[in-house]
Ligand binder design. Sequence first.
Ligand code: DQA
Length: 145
Amino acid sequence: MTKTIFVLNGPNLNALGKREPGIYGGKTLADIEADCKAAGLELGLEVDFRQSNHEGVLIDWLHEAGEKAGGVAFNAGAYTHTSVGLHDAIRAISVPVIEVHISNVHAREEFRHKSMIAPAVKGVICGFGPLSYILALQALKNITQ
Ligand code: DQA
């Protein structure tokens, strides 16, 4: 049976393409979704790709993933650095969650060096541009089979 992987995106990621292209590159979130779906086809994973600017919606989707998905690739955007609620939601589900960032958060401002969700996730992939998402899908394929 094809495994469904949720790829969840947090605040401001809907603005990719026009948002700080020097940091995040020129691809839109729709481009990244298409890349993830194509990689999913090759890996035998069904990709359910979503974005919200609202913390509570992301929490609801993590709970849903706990019921329906084989794993989650999660770019929590700025909530990465602030959200105890997302940390708790990840700990509340038993499917693996991989933290994803387009940029290398450790090479940026000090406030981005701390991740509230990192202690709750299976692993972290950051700094590879949109390729970070594909690497997360490959990792999920490997750890869930
Ligand atoms: C980000 C890094 C975060 O610090 C930032 O708030 C984002 C994007 C990334 O993908 O590089 O919104 O998660």
